[in-house]
Design a protein around this ligand. Structure first.
Ligand code: FAD
Ligand code: SF4
Ligand code: SF4
Length: 567
């Protein structure tokens, strides 16, 4: 039988993922030597790069004493510095951050372009709208996958039109389901992680695709990165595509010790910063999305291969947190596995752990992917001790190629989430927090908005174009899809832990307002609002009673999500 590659994708179409994207595209260009950005909608060569340090224009951002001193110095010498609109343009950025010879892409458009090419060869079939529910593991070997059950109720019990998920047998199962993929998690639980490896560093990236104002001065290929605001821990980006379209967004990391890590609200404050608003005033939202990033890099690398299976992409620890790059790294891991498969097929060797180690893993270890991952491995550890320490640590690691780093032991996210009372100590009394909690519960409004307002964050001046309520954004274009007949993919594992949970961070951070207080103390999940970002899973503040690396939310295989082919 000739080689056949079947690719099951849970989303309703290829290219419904969420990413930036600016990439040096070294591996992508090797795969497509004649790559012409003009052929791919929304892509452009990188033309100009800037990094801005954003100061706090409103006084509500939670800044350390060190950062306040730095801000005061910048303001005092502002006449001598490239400082305007509360933003300092860095006069120099290290090489490891540059994407100079790279391209800007829309992940959705690029994936559609790629899928047309790979499927035209006949060997590859891509099946969108087909979530995989589990790997078939037998006697330590992965034998294939089981697709998700259809015609079930929210709890997964057979209902009208029940159709059990089909079993697909395969000589090799390739797991590339991203940082929060259920199959990767199942395999990690079944085979464990390599000694000392763990996935403890995460971020949620939320992105808007916008039409810039007609008189915009920004040119296609322009790349802007920001740090410092709305909270020092939050990084931002804006990339300008052709036709006045821009991608912009923020990353909210797991080491941001806040129980109100709400990406949607923070993204609106970020856009309103004078340094960005000068470009965004008059802009219009086209689409948006959110997705988790696995930020443990090489330290989060699982066993890359075993009998009958191999891991590729971000779920295999490819994302480089020093260079801020994940797409090209995920891509090359897939190419390396494909080359290994061809080699093993030619040699008529089976897909055993040993053979995959000698072909796929060997290629990976000898490539720039692994070399750069080693440089980046400890580069962000300093953030465990604070933002300034973290920035110095990153610069040190980058400039010394990973030889010098600033330490800090990565904690599990649930070990970092303080209670609301502790986080707001000295600013809001515990009794007032309790009062706000009750009021918000009665009104059905979010607690984080009330708390942020209370410590000085101004209200968002909704304009119905770019600045709109979370609910309105969810309704934009009717893009959240949740076909009936599938089980809920977000499950609160131990309701008794939720009942006594002090932070309820899952409700506050939810990227789609899909998690609400619920009755009897256990949150309620509404699949019709879930954008499938996966952030609730790693943000949950309570540890799984049997496995401290897991939390009290299970993020399972599921359909639907917030779909845009532009993200
Ligand atoms: C806002 C944002 C901005 C970013 N910006 C950049 C950037 O500028 N440059 C850069 O290089 N990187 C960037 N990244 C990181 C980059 O997007 C990731 O590193 C990259 O997408 C990883 O690719 P992947 O294919 O491994 O995983 P994913 O993109 O997560 O793809 C996994 C796929 O598996 C599917 N899947 C999951 N579970 C199942 C299942 N059970 N059954 C079937 N299918 C399933 C998912 O639907 C998805 O399509 C950004 C990320 C975000 C969120
Ligand atoms: S899911 Fe986690 S964060 Fe949410 S209420 Fe339950 S224990 Fe708390
Ligand atoms: S419920 Fe859905 S939208 Fe909300 S955080 Fe979880 S995955 Fe994201």
């Amino acid at each position: 039988m000739p080689l056949q590659v079947l690719c099951y994708e849970r989303a309703d179409d290829v290219g419904f993922g969420v990413s930036g994207v600016v990439t040096r595209a070294r591996a992508i260009k090797e795969s497509f030597p004649d790559l012409d950005p003009a052929e791919i909608p929304m892509s452009a060569p990188v033309s100009d790069e800037k990094v801005l340090y954003l100061l706090d224009p409103g006084g509500a951002s939670r800044r350390s004493t060190a950062l306040r001193c730095a801000d005061a110095c910048i303001k005092a010498f502002s006449g001598l510095l490239p400082f305007k609109d509360y933003a300092l343009e860095l006069p120099w950025t290290p090489d490891f951050l540059h994407k100079g010879d790279g391209v800007l892409l829309s992940m959705g458009q690029f994936m559609q372009w790629v899928s047309a090419r790979v499927q035209s060869a006949g060997t590859v079939q891509i099946w969108p709208g087909t979530p995989v529910s589990e790997a078939l593991i037998d006697a330590g070997e992965v034998k294939g996958v089981r697709l998700i059950d259809q015609g079930v109720d929210k709890q997964g019990r057979p209902a009208e039109g029940f159709m059990p998920g089909m079993d697909i047998q395969a000589a090799l199962t390739v797991v590339g389901d991203g940082p929060v993929g259920p199959i990767g998690q199942q395999i990690d639980r079944a085979f464990g992680m390599p000694e000392g490896h763990h996935m403890r560093d995460w971020a949620v990236g939320m992105k808007f695709v916008v039409d810039l104002p007609e008189d915009t001065g920004l040119k296609p290929g322009f790349v802007l990165h920001t740090f410092g605001y709305p909270e020092p821990e939050i990084f931002g980006f804006m990339y300008v595509h052709p036709d006045r379209i821009a991608s912009l967004g923020i990353f909210v990391p797991s080491w941001f010790d806040s129980p109100v890590r709400t990406a949607y609200t923070y993204l609106q404050h970020w856009m309103l910063h004078p340094g960005l608003w000068q470009h965004l005033k008059g802009a219009k939202l086209r689409s948006w999305g959110a997705k988790t990033l696995g930020e443990s890099g090489r330290r989060g690398e699982p066993h890359l291969a075993g009998n009958g299976y191999a891991r590729i992409g971000e779920g295999s620890g490819t994302t480089n947190v020093l260079t801020g790059s994940g797409v090209d790294e995920a891509w090359i891991s897939g190419v390396q596995l494909a080359e290994a498969v061809v080699e093993l097929l030619k040699d008529k060797k089976p897909f055993t752990r040993e053979n995959l180690e000698q072909t796929y893993v060997r290629r990976r270890r000898q490539s720039w992917l692994d070399e750069e991952a080693r440089v980046a491995e400890k580069s962000r550890d300093g953030f465990q001790k604070g933002v300034v320490y973290g920035m110095i640590g990153m610069a040190l690691a980058g400039l010394t190629k990973g030889r010098l780093t600033l330490g800090g032991h990565p904690l599990r996210p649930h070990e970092r989430v303080p209670t609301l009372e502790k986080y707001y100590a000295g600013r809001i009394r515990a009794a007032e927090i309790e009062q706000l909690r009750k009021e918000c519960h009665i009104k059905g409004t979010s607690l984080h908005a009330a708390l942020m307002h209370r410590v000085g964050w101004r209200g968002i001046p909704y304009d119905g174009k770019l600045l709109m309520s979370h609910q309105d954004a969810l309704l934009l274009g009717g893009k959240v899809q949740a076909p009936p007949g599938y089980a809920d993919h977000v499950v609160f594992l131990y309701p008794e832990l939720c009942e006594k949970c002090g932070t309820r961070i899952c409700i506050e951070l939810c990227s789609g307002q899909a998690i609400t207080p619920g009755e009897s103390g256990v949150p309620a999940f509404d699949r019709e609002k879930c954008v499938h970002c996966g952030a609730c899973m790693w943000n949950c503040s309570q540890a799984h009673p049997e496995d401290a690396e897991r939390m009290n939310i299970s993020f399972r295989a599921g359909t639907g999500g917030l779909h845009s082919a532009e993200n």
